[in-house]
Every structure is written in structure tokens, then in C-alpha cells.
Design a protein around this ligand. Structure first.
Ligand code: SF4
Length: 442
């Protein structure tokens, strides 16, 4: 492998191994290529090394910019910049930032916060994305209203740490407040959020989810492990028993809630006993959806220096064993859906099989959970369900991870309303830093 190939491979592995890492982009025009996301904000030697290596070994790259410099990509593309001056990653888009929806129009993501202040030792996101900072409440609300007016039926709130939303703005229970406000946007069928941090899940948040029909009865809460020893080495704290109590509280407050989690297996120091503890926890937790990641080293992550590395084949074996436990749980849980009629959002023709369509129930988040295949989208009166429709669907069969069914009723479309117009402004883009007042770029 040449030095250049090695560099590209190591960059790819950094991208692949960062849990929840937002996608990285290679931005190219006809004549210029720019690599985004190589933050040099904190000037870590690691980041500097990659920046310098990229420029030296990949001559096609014309500029390297940080994730905090999104607004300046055009300068780089036009050739006015090669390496941007150092600035902390403070970029945060808002409702006036031009945005291209990369998802189908009926289901959109909204990022409500950026960065993270947690110290998880396996994760380099705080180094890449900077300190936690929330978008303004009104900005998120306005973006949701505009998306809804343009035809979006489901909004998924994301951020590296959604459950801390608003803390830096002085909001108490900020996520609960935001969800309650979004629950009043009439055109929306569902609003959900991803990536709850377990010790930030408050009773107020659970009560809010339970109270509003438009808030999906769904919670994604990556727990990473259940062994006290492993969670301490991950610098996340807590333990399986505390998690089980939390799950009980979530289920008691939100009847019918679907729970998703994810774990890392093979973290440095994970013994067979730690892993058994995790297996027992998964059996007891009875999650609706679960993902398992194999630990792999990322230099500059805190866990890189930890002893007790687990052999790669053991890590893979543990992932398979854990998923086998979950597969049985999932199969049993899905069986209970057979014969029921539920509200679903029609996703459109399936990419897996040209003969079927896909839909989702409120307990299924876009892209990550199991699928709902529709074998029939035609009603007896000859009408067909279409992409983005809300419909009543009958579940006729179940599988280990997927449901199969047919449309039995198409629900009425919401009434159209105009976009929320802002007064004309000279300001195109804004930058918000944690706790700092809004700063307008010239
Ligand atoms: S909570 Fe932990 S895993 Fe998630 S982004 Fe923050 S540091 Fe990374």
C-alpha cells in the first residue's frame, strides 16, 4: 500500500469507527476539491497531522476546512483559501440557513444541538464537533413549521446529545419543552428524537412523551454496556440494575413505548464475565430494537491507551452471540403485532423488493429499525396509498425484525398552510457559541 493509500484508508477507518459520527464529505466542483471536517479547532496533534498529511499526500485536495467553517467552504472552492485560520468549531445552522433535504420530503431530520460535553472514552466526537451548544428554541420550531408546511409528516430530532438540549440556553427540561411545542404543529404525524443519554432522561421528558399523541411513543437510548466495570472504563457510569429501573419507569409512564438501544462489545478490559452480564441484561431489558457495535481503536480516543484489548475474533463472536439473543426477543415481540391495525407512514416502493412497498409505525425510526413491508396498497374502492400518506395498515405476518401487512384505509391529508415568512434580513448566516449571544458574520 502506498503512503497515499494508507492515509486514505486510515481516514476511512477514523470515519467508520467514530460512533454516531456525522457523515464526512468530500466536496468537489469541476476544478477544486475540499475536505471538510478535519477540525483543527483544538489543535490536537492528531488533527494537525491528518490535515498536513492530506495536503501533502493527496494533491487533488485544494483546501482543508474544519467542521466549524461550513460557511467558508465557498471561499475554499473558489480557491481563496487553502488552510483556514484556527477557530473553535462553533457553527450551528438555523432556520434561515439554506438547506437541501436529503431525505424524502415526508420524513426530515432536524439537528437541535451540536457538539458534546460527555467524556466517553471510546468517542472522539467532542474533539471533532466541539462543546455542546443548542440551537435557539424558536429557530427549531420555525424550521419544523416550514418543513411541515412543505409536506413533511414526520420530524426526527437529532444531535450528539439531544437530552441536554437547552441547558446552555438556561432552559430547564429544554427537550421536553421543545417536544411539547412541536407537538402543536398540526401537519405533523409524528415527532421523535434520537440518542437519549440515560442519566438525562427526566420524568418531565417521559410525561411529555406520554401526554402528546403527536410525539412518537419511541425512545432511542444508547446504553453502550451493562457491566459497572465496563461503563466505568467508558467513563459513562451507572450499571445494568439502574438501567433496568429506568426502563421500567419509561414503560410505566409511556404504555406501548418502543425502546431502542445500542451496545459496544469488546471494549478494552471486557471479560467473559462482563459480557455475560451484558447478555443477561439484554434478556431482561427486552428491547424492541437493538444494535451492537464491535469496539475498534481510534488513536486519540481515551480508550486507545487502555489495557486489556480484546482479540478481533472474540469481539465479532460476542457481537453475534448478543445479536442472537436479541433476534429471539425481537421475533417474539413482533408476533404480538399480528392481526392488529395501526397507523403507518407510507415510505414508498421498497428498495429490497420491487413487488412490495414500505411503511413505518410510530415505533420504528427511519433507517435504523426493522421494516414494515406492504403487499397491498390498493383499497377496495380503487384508490392507492402514496408515498408520504398516513394510512391504517393491517399486520398480516411477522418476522424476526420485520412486519408484513396491507393498507386498509388512507387517512386524510392535513390542510396546507403558508410557509412561516421571516422579515427580510441582510444577515445570511449566524454563528452561535455556547452561552454567547448571537454573533452575525459580516
Ligand atoms: S455522549 Fe459520549 S458517545 Fe455520545 S457523542 Fe458524546 S462523547 Fe460521544
Amino acid at each position: 500500500m502506498t503512503a497515499r493509500q494508507k492515509l486514505l484508508a486510515s481516514l476511512a477507518s477514523v470515519v467508520a469507527s467514530a460512533p454516531s459520527a456525522p457523515p464526512r464529505h468530500r466536496v468537489a466542483t469541476n476544478s477544486r476539491a475540499t475536505i471538510e471536517n478535519c477540525d483543527k479547532a483544538r489543535f490536537s496533534p492528531w488533527q494537525r497531522r491528518y490535515r498536513d498529511q492530506i495536503l501533502e499526500q493527496v494533491p487533488e485536495v485544494d483546501a482543508v476546512v474544519g467542521t466549524g467553517e461550513v460557511e467558508r467552504i465557498l471561499e475554499a472552492v473558489h480557491g481563496e483559501l487553502r488552510v483556514l485560520p484556527a477557530e473553535p468549531p462553533a457553527f450551528l445552522y438555523h432556520d434561515l440557513t439554506p438547506r437541501i433535504l436529503t431525505t424524502p420530503r415526508h420524513a426530515a431530520y432536524i439537528k437541535i444541538a451540536e457538539g458534546c460535553d460527555h467524556p466517553c472514552t471510546f468517542c472522539i466526537i467532542p474533539q471533532l464537533r466541539g462543546k455542546f451548544r443548542s440551537r435557539r428554541f424558536e429557530s427549531v420550531l420555525r424550521e419544523a413549521e416550514n418543513l411541515a408546511a412543505a409536506g413533511t409528516r414526520e420530524i426526527t430530532l437529532i444531535g450528539q446529545d439531544t437530552t441536554s438540549y437547552g441547558e446552555d440556553l438556561g432552559l430547564r427540561d429544554g427537550l421536553a419543552q421543545l417536544l411539547a411545542a412541536l407537538a402543536n404543529v398540526d401537519e405533523l404525524l409524528w415527532v421523535r428524537f434520537l440518542y437519549a443519554y440515560p442519566n438525562r432522561v427526566t420524568q418531565k421528558l417521559l410525561d411529555t412523551l406520554a401526554a402528546h399523541p403527536r410525539l412518537a411513543k419511541y425512545m432511542d437510548m444508547p446504553l453502550q454496556h451493562a457491566s459497572r466495570n465496563m461503563l466505568a472504563r467508558m467513563k459513562r457510569g451507572s450499571h445494568g440494575d439502574a438501567f433496568l429501573q429506568l426502563l421500567e419507569r419509561v414503560r410505566a409512564t409511556i404504555p406501548g413505548v418502543s425502546l431502542r438501544t445500542s451496545f459496544i462489545v469488546g471494549f478494552p478490559g471486557e471479560t467473559e464475565k462482563d459480557f455475560d452480564e451484558l447478555c443477561d441484561f439484554v434478556r431482561a431489558g427486552q428491547f424492541d430494537w437493538m444494535g451492537v457495535f464491535e469496539y475498534s481503536d481510534v488513536d486519540n480516543a481515551g480508550s486507545f491507551a487502555l489495557d486489556g484489548k480484546v482479540a478481533a475474533e472474540v469481539v465479532t463472536d460476542r457481537r453475534h452471540r448478543l445479536m442472537a439473543i436479541q433476534k429471539k426477543i425481537s421475533r417474539e415481540k413482533l408476533k404480538r403485532w399480528k392481526g392488529r391495525t395501526e397507523t403507518a407512514l407510507i415510505e414508498g416502493p421498497s428498495k429490497d423488493n420491487p413487488l412490495v412497498w414500505e411503511a413505518r409505525l410510530q415505533g420504528m425510526a427511519p433507517e435504523i429499525d426493522g421494516k414494515f413491508y406492504l403487499t397491498d396498497i390498493e383499497l377496495p374502492d380503487g384508490r392507492f396509498a402514496d408515498t408520504g400518506d398516513a394510512a391504517r395498515v393491517e399486520i398480516t405476518k411477522t418476522d424476526a425484525y420485520d412486519l408484513i401487512g396491507r393498507v386498509v384505509e388512507i387517512l386524510p391529508q392535513p390542510e396546507k398552510r403558508p410557509l412561516v415568512n421571516e422579515p427580510p434580513t441582510h444577515e445570511k448566516l449566524h454563528r452561535i457559541t455556547t452561552g454567547a449571544p448571537l454573533r452575525v458574520l459580516g
